[in-house]
Design a protein around this ligand. Structure first.
Ligand code: DX5
Ligand code: ZN
Length: 220
């Protein structure tokens, strides 16, 4: 069994000390940098954009996992590739031609991810799962850090894992929103491969230790 991965969400970092927080993640047990891009249209919030991502990738030494919460993401696939994204995840709800979008992401040399809002059933991926490198299950409504975890996520992860197995796919499952030490183990047991954690890491007294403990718990 491969290791379960931890992806701290930079959205919860201290933007006035961004380099310090990036270097903290570099030196920690974290696996990926989770980067939340919000456009104020797909979600009711605007996070940060290209110049900030450029500043992050200048210092980050781990996989750059970009979560696009934007309408019409096809417009920016090339830009995010040029900015150093390793994984580019688009929302199912924002794509009219998802299959085409996935091919376009891969053509730029990135891994292709699809995010599902809490209301979207995993069955909508039945016909594309073999083309998807990663499915990001939203365990809160996208737009903000620090929200409470939606309990139905456990069932969704189990259902998605069953779909992946049934289709002989190699897709990874990532869970995003309200992840803490209270749900991490249960998420992994349900089939999650990667866990995003924002507030839980950055609002803790010792983020490095929190990442270490969360990763150990996920792999216990
Ligand atoms: C929410 C974002 C999340 C967020 C997670 O729309 O997609 O990645 O940063 O933050 P926490 O862990 O605080 O829920
Ligand atoms: Zn996210």
């Amino acid at each position: 069994m491969s290791s379960k991965l931890i992806a701290p969400s930079v959205l919860a970092a201290d933007f006035a000390n961004l380099q310090r927080d990036i270097e903290m993640i570099n030196a920690s047990d974290a696996d990926w940098f989770h980067i939340d891009i919000m456009d104020g249209v797909f979600v009711p919030n605007i996070s940060y954009g290209m110049p900030v991502l450029k500043a992050i990738t200048k210092h980050a030494t781990k996989t750059i996992d970009v979560h696009l919460m934007i309408v019409d993401p096809d417009r920016y696939i090339k830009t995010f590739a040029e900015l150093g994204s390793d994984i580019l995840t688009v929302h199912y709800e924002a794509c009219t031609h998802l299959h085409r979008t996935l091919q376009a992401i891969k053509a730029e040399g990135m891994k292709a991810g699809v995010a599902l809002n809490p209301h979207t059933n995993i069955n909508v991926l039945e016909d594309t799962i073999n083309d998807i490198d990663l499915v990001l299950i939203m365990s809160v409504n996208p737009g903000f850090g620090g929200q409470s975890f939606i309990e139905n996520t456990f069932n969704k992860v189990k259902d998605l894992k069953a779909l992946i197995k049934r289709k002989n796919a190699t897709t990874l499952i990532e869970v995003d929103g309200g992840v803490t030490n209270k749900n991490a183990k249960q998420l992994v047991d349900a089939g999650a491969d990667a866990l995003v954690a924002g507030s839980y890491v950055f609002k803790s007294d010792n983020p490095t230790a929190t990442i270490k403990d969360l990763r150990a718990l996920a792999n216990s």
